[in-house]
Design a protein around this ligand. Structure first.
Ligand code: NDP
Length: 279
């Protein structure tokens, strides 16, 4: 019988721990502050931004909100980030992606001071992760590690397969599993004999961006399966990259969608804001 990894419960635990830490810091005279910048009014981005602000309120982090119009020029945005970089009272800066097409995302992410890069997307943060120096960890993959650890699943020595190699999920996920002493394989659209590779996994993390692509034929008996994907199906219901109904009975542990990896991203953002650079 498989066990469900409860991301809702674990993310709540983390937010509660961060709330305690933020309160203790406040007592010592330090208040954490996150600046959230949104350009344009993309409805999905607005929901994410609102949820991030709500989480800040719960944890006790002050949040500064910049809601900029769609036509904001790149220089204006870079100017605001530059000012926030220099403010001592601001310790985290987050630019909600995607940005409008006329703004160069790379230039914007590069302009955030690495010591305030709470999303962990800056090349300095990515580099620090790769060579084992303290730095901010990308929130979604860091959340996956917490889901595994807090469910009592050991990573050391395990065959870990990551399906997907994006900069925000697949690659940092692989680095984090490696840091936890897993034996890591990364698969992507050019991988040959994909199912043979994924079937080797003791721990399979799926971030492929294709609704329900991974069915039971990709999974070894007793594997741990983590589904990072989020999609809305034809009935407007949420589903993941994994076909939960066919895969779950083969697993020892599995994350559901919703209620698995999803809530962890914001919890880890809160952890980055409160704890600062992790090592
Ligand atoms: P991307 O589209 O950036 O990356 C998808 C990866 O999957 C690529 O590396 C691609 O390979 C690979 N891939 C695509 N099709 C196949 C295939 N048929 N066989 C093998 N590999 C394939 O997605 P993201 O990493 O940004 O996101 C992945 C999923 O996670 C999405 O559903 C997204 O919505 C979700 N997500 C969830 C978050 C959360 O908070 N829970 C946060 C971020 C993302 P190649 O590189 O060769 O093109």
């Amino acid at each position: 019988m498989y066990q469900i990894i409860d991301g809702k419960k674990i993310s709540q635990e983390i937010k509660d721990e961060m709330r305690e830490k933020a309160a203790a810091l406040k007592e010592q005279g330090t208040e954490r502050c996150l600046a959230v910048i949104q350009v344009g009014a993309d409805p999905a981005s607005s929901v994410y931004v609102r949820n991030k602000k709500k989480a800040c309120e719960y944890v006790g982090i002050r949040s500064l909100s910049y809601e900029l119009p769609e036509e904001t020029r790149e220089e204006e945005l870079l100017g605001i980030i530059g000012e926030l970089n220099g403010r001592e009272d601001v310790n985290g800066i987050l630019v909600q992606l995607p940005l409008p097409a006329h703004i160069n995302e790379d230039r914007v992410l590069l302009s955030i001071a690495p010591e305030k890069d709470v999303d962990g997307f800056h090349p300095v943060s990515v580099g620090n992760l790769s060579i084992g120096r303290p730095g901010f960890l990308s929130c979604t993959p860091a959340g996956v590690i917490q889901l595994l650890k807090r469910s009592g699943i050991s990573i050391e020595g395990k065959e870990c397969v990551v399906l997907g190699r994006s900069n925000i999920v697949g690659k940092p996920m692989a680095m984090l599993l490696l840091r936890e002493n897993g034996t890591v394989t990364v698969c992507h659209s050019r991988t040959k004999n994909l199912k043979e590779v994924t079937k080797r996994a003791d721990i399979l993390v799926v971030a492929v961006g294709r609704p329900k692509m991974v069915d039971e034929s990709y999974v070894k008996d007793g594997a741990v399966v983590v589904d990072v994907g989020i999609h809305r199906n034809e009935e407007n219901k949420l589903c993941g990259d994994v076909d939960f109904d066919s895969v779950a009975p083969k697993t020892s542990y599995i994350t559901p969608v919703p209620g698995g990896v999803g809530p962890m991203t914001i919890a880890m953002l809160m952890a980055n804001c409160v704890e600062g650079l992790s090592d």
